[in-house]
Design a protein around this ligand. Structure first.
Ligand code: CTP
Ligand code: MG
Length: 215
């Protein structure tokens, strides 16, 4: 079967505050260029969802489509723009993706039909009350943080998106849409370096890591 990488990159990067986040560079390469380069060797095609009016910079080998109002809308549009049997959905904002993780994920998807990269939670967790005071403690036992890429048989993910749209349910990832339909999702161990560049602090980490990663 064929495989496509689907990269939602149509967000506005509000929390980072540097304009369109996918085009922000670390170590001389944009977050988007790094994400595309990490996936391209392992798939038949790469599709990127961009904000309306923006074009792919020269040198990024992918097909661009216009994204939507939410990440979920952007992924749904990406799903409709390919006929690949298998899709790997990956946030443009996670630039440090290793070949090892992509290959492990592809194996898991081939076996199960739905899998995501994720990491066991390392910090102590607590709920904050209204006054930002320590509220209810939450055991981190058995809790994982969900990352991307996430892999699916395309038809399966399309069904999950259609159901979510019909229910008015908006999620921040795709594996969660499979799970809410009762579908099984395999967890594949990720890496702290696969963090999402969300805040200025994350960008500082990415800038520090880039030369080490590229060496
Ligand atoms: N994304 C998208 N379409 C949207 C919103 C988000 O394709 N309408 C993409 C982002 O470009 C990013 C990924 O989804 O690659 C994860 O989203 P996030 O980290 O929240 O990025 P932004 O939405 O751009 O940032 P912010 O929420 O701070 O505005
Ligand atoms: Mg966002």
């Amino acid at each position: 079967g064929t495989t496509a990488a689907l990269i939602p990159a149509a967000g506005s990067g509000t929390r980072l505050g540097l304009g369109h986040k996918a085009f922000v560079t670390v170590g001389g390469l944009s977050l988007l260029a790094r994400s595309v380069a990490a996936l391209a060797p392992h798939v038949d095609e790469v599709l990127v969802a961009l904000p309306d009016g923006l074009e792919l910079p020269l040198g990024i080998k992918a097909r661009a489509i216009v994204g939507g109002q939410t990440r979920q809308d952007s992924v749904r549009r990406l799903l409709r723009a390919t006929v690949a049997d298998t899709v790997l959905v990956h946030d443009a904002a996670r630039p440090f993706l290793s070949a090892d993780i992509v290959l492990t994920l592809l194996e898991a998807v081939a076996e199960t039909g739905a899998a995501t990269v994720a990491l066991p939670v390392a910090d102590t967790l607590v709920g904050a009350d209204a006054g930002e005071m320590w509220g209810a403690a939450v055991s981190r036992e058995g809790l994982w943080s969900v990352q991307t890429p996430q892999g699916f048989r395309r038809e399966r993910l399309l069904r999950a998106h259609a159901q979510a749209a019909a229910d008015g349910h908006v999620a921040t990832d795709d594996a969660g849409l499979i799970a809410r339909q009762g579908g099984a999702v395999r967890l594949v161990r990720g890496d702290t370096r696969l963090f999402k560049v969300t805040t200025p602090g994350d960008l500082a980490l990415a800038q520090a890591l880039a030369p080490v990663w590229d060496a």
